[in-house]
Structure formats: C-alpha cells, structure tokens
Design a protein around this ligand. Structure first.
Ligand code: MN
Ligand code: MN
Length: 467
C-alpha cells in the first residue's frame, strides 16, 4: 500500500465522504442483505393492505413468542407483548431490563399505503359494463393507476357483527380487475391536459364485469349478475358495501429489479419497508434489551395520521401506559426519557428527474438508511425538526455499529415536501428523528428500493432498540 499524501489524510479527516454501500460491505453482509430481503418480499405480498399486514405481523410475532398484552398483566424483563388496534394497526414491545422510568426505545412506521378505496355505493352499470367507483386514499398520481392489474382486498362488516374477508385477484387463478384509459387514437384532447388533470378522480372506475344475468330483461342485468356472484361467494348484498372497507391494490407481487437483483420493485414499500425493518429488528433482538423496545405499526399516515388507528390516536399512549402501570411508573416519566425513530421512506435521488433534487442533500440509492432532521413543506411546515442532539445520538448509534447511513431531505426547498408520524411522536414529548429507506417512484403502484438500503434500515432499527 502506498503511503497517503498529506492532502489525502486531510481529506479523510475533514470531508464527509459519501460512499456506495456495495463498495463497503463484505461478503457476509451481502448475504445477510439478500437473505433479509427474501423475507421482506413475502411481507409485502402478504400485507398489501393494513389489515392483511397486521394479520401477517401477528402471525410472525406469535411464532417469535409474543403474546397479546392484557391490562394488569405482570410484565417481566424479556417478555414479548403486542396489541392490535381494530385490525388496522399494531404495537409490539419487548420488556427491557431497565425500569420504564428510563424511557422506551421506539421505532414507529406506518403500514397503510396509497391506493383506491371503494366508495360506499360503488357498484353501477353503464352500457352493459359493471364498474366499482373508487375514492383514492393518500397522494397518488392518478394516471399511474389506469391499465394495470388490480386486486381487491378488504372486509365487509355485517350488521350481525360478523366480519367477512374479501380477497379477489391475489391468488393463483383468480380473476383480476383494471381501470381503462383512452386509446391514443382518440386521446388528442386528453393529451393536452396537465398530467394531474388528464385522469379525473371520478374516472377511476374499476371494471368488474360484462356478462348480463341470463333470462333477465330488466335494467342493470350485468350489475345484478355481479351481485349474484358476490352473494354466492361472500353472502353480501349491495347494501353491505356501506359498511365495508375494500381496497383496490396492484395485483402484482414484489420482484427483484435489475440484472444484478440489487433492487426490489413492489407496491407498498411506503412504508412497509420500514414497518418490516422495525418489526424484524424487534423479532431478532438477542436476549433482553436494556430499555423496553417498542415497535409501532400505525395506520392512516397517508391521510394525516388522523383517526382511531392513526398515530395521533391515544391507542399508543394507552399501550405504553399499560406497560408503565405494571411498574407503577407515570406515563409522562417514561415518555420524556424515550427516543423514537420515526421510520418512513424518503425520496431517492432520481437522475431522470434531477431538476427537483438538490444533490448534496438528497438520499442516494445504495448509500444506506436516510436520516432526515426535518420533513415538511414550505419552510419545514408540518415537521417536528429534530434537535441536533437527537441527530448526534443516532449518528453515534449507527457509526458505532458500522451501519451505513446518509443525511437527506426530500427534494429542492420549493418543490414540495411531505410529512411522517414524527411530529405526532415529538408532540408527546419524545425525542424523535426521521429515518428510512430512499424510494424511487414513491407512491406509484410499483415503487423501487435498494436491498442494501432496506437492510441498513433494519440494522438501524435494531441499533435503536439496543440503545
Ligand atoms: Mn410514508
Ligand atoms: Mn407516503
């Protein structure tokens, strides 16, 4: 090895140099990265909606020894507990050896993703074609949701209190659904419209049938034939859509992207890529952590974290408070000492759209988990803007373990912005920092992430739990 020049030594000492993670990781780490991502792809395919994501999460947790938390339970160090919030969100904890007045270490992610929800009166027939009307959920670019295969997943809550699970399009041999678009031959007017206006929300109607009911000459024969099939399969009638939550999500599964298989393309990376990281890190904890480790998988982030299953809900406080009560620790004493990694995706720098990014402060694919001191829009509005001390704490945690990370913000200052659950955790008097996987084509039906970044986010979550 050649001796480093004085200038090179100065470079090493003074400059914050960005590195491609694949140049840094050894062979064992490469194997760990690819292995981890196989589990993640299954998590994506099983959990395309928040409800199915919760179901699979609980399945994995139970297999790892977690039990349902009951109020008044005696909790001893090393115990693993979880609580589901109305089927749509879930909190999990591993009780630490330190008392809860020392705070808890939290990873908070969300498991809802942008999609198309069915309206309460969705089914109609026009020109002997049956459609389902939708109301999109979260920020979507509507033009991306036409002419792709869709599946329907969700539940119908019956008046008798029973819950009927609906899932069509995700199983081998299932029929699937789609939303049609105009042919280019007749698209002259549409093509002149701005991208955001070319596909109006009210035209996102899902094609679900075209065969009329045999022997019937009344109105709406195709619609009636569809209802007949639904009744035969699920025992539901048109009125039951009123108390249903059925989501149209892309019907394709997660796949490797690239000749080198270094990336994953899938629906719902935002934010199950961080949800899985937080969950898997908790499941993989070796022994009893010092501080109690808490994994939050919240719902409704994409529409503002509102509501009973969102991060603003008292469900989280009730969960931690139930843990605290078992040790006679006031909740406020616990929260003020706690730390939260608000684990959510960030935008990956995309050279095809370089004009919206500020390269020095963008998350690059393959440079590791992206830390964000702040999110927000129009001057950090809506962001909790973590304290410098919180950022330093995480820098140390990650550097001590050789976990690859990068500092990032979403894009150019005036281009837009976004939010996460961070502010709702910080509002609870918890030091909180945003961190997550950089994503290409975020919020599209088919988002792309780097396997290395997925794994580094998992490692970061584990570091937070271990403290
Ligand atoms: Mn998100
Ligand atoms: Mn999002």
């Amino acid at each position: 090895m050649e001796e480093k020049t004085a200038a090179q030594q100065l470079r090493d000492k003074l400059l914050h140099q960005k590195k491609n993670g694949w140049d840094v990781v050894d062979e064992a780490a490469e194997q760990a990265i690819f292995h981890y991502c196989e589990g993640y792809k299954i998590y994506l395919d099983r959990g395309k909606t928040e409800r199915t994501c919760v179901e699979y999460t609980v399945e994995l947790a139970k297999a790892a020894g977690f039990v349902a938390l009951e109020r008044g339970m005696t909790l001893t160090p090393g115990m693993k507990v979880y609580r589901v919030n109305r089927g749509r969100a879930v909190n999990l904890a591993v009780i630490g050896s330190a008392p809860l007045d020392q705070g808890v270490s939290i990873v908070a992610a969300h498991i809802d993703s942008p999609r198309l929800d069915l309206k309460p009166t969705p089914l109609y027939e026009d020109s002997e074609l049956a459609f389902l009307k939708t109301h999109y959920y979260g920020g979507i670019r509507k033009y991306q949701w036409v002419t792709i295969p869709l599946e329907l997943r969700g539940v119908v809550a019956m008046k008798d209190g029973s819950l009927v699970s609906v899932s069509v399009g995700g199983h081998e041999g299932d029929p699937q659904f789609t939303i049609d678009d105009l042919l280019p031959h007749l698209g002259a007017d549409q093509s002149k419209k701005p991208l955001g206006e070319a596909i109006p929300g009210e035209s996102l109607n899902i094609l679900v049938g075209s065969r009329p009911l045999k022997g019937d000459d009344g109105a709406g024969r195709v619609k009636l034939a569809v209802l007949k099939l639904l009744h035969e399969r699920y025992g539901i009638t048109e009125a039951d859509f009123i108390s249903a939550e059925i989501e149209a999500v892309p019907a394709f599964n997660a796949v490797d992207i690239g000749f080198d298989r270094s990336l994953i393309g899938a629906y719902g990376h935002d934010d199950r890529v961080c949800g899985y990281a937080g969950l898997k890190a908790l499941l993989d904890l070796n022994g009893t952590p010092c501080r109690t480790a808490v994994c939050v998988l919240a719902d409704k982030e994409e529409i503002g974290s509102e509501g009973v299953s969102g991060m603003q809900s008292a469900f989280f406080d009730t969960f931690v408070s139930d843990l605290c009560d078992s040790q006679n620790v006031p909740l406020k004493t616990c929260l003020e000492k706690s730390f939260c990694l608000s684990c959510d995706v960030t935008a990956a720098y995309d050279p095809n759209f370089a004009e919206v990014y500020e390269k020095n402060n963008s998350a690059m694919v393959n440079q590791g988990v992206g830390l964000c001191k702040y999110t927000g829009a129009r001057g950090k509005s809506g962001s909790s803007d973590a304290g410098a001390e919180a950022v330093a704490y995480v820098r140390r945690l990650l550097d001590d373990r050789g976990i690859l990370w990068q500092m990032a913000e979403l894009g150019k200052v005036d281009q837009g912005g976004g939010g996460t659950v961070a502010c709702y955790m910080a509002n609870r008097n918890i030091d909180t920092l945003d961190a997550g996987v950089p994503v290409l084509s975020m919020h599209s039906p088919f988002e792309t992430v780097s396997k290395l970044d997925c794994y580094m986010t998992y490692a970061a979550c584990k570091a937070v739990y271990e403290g």
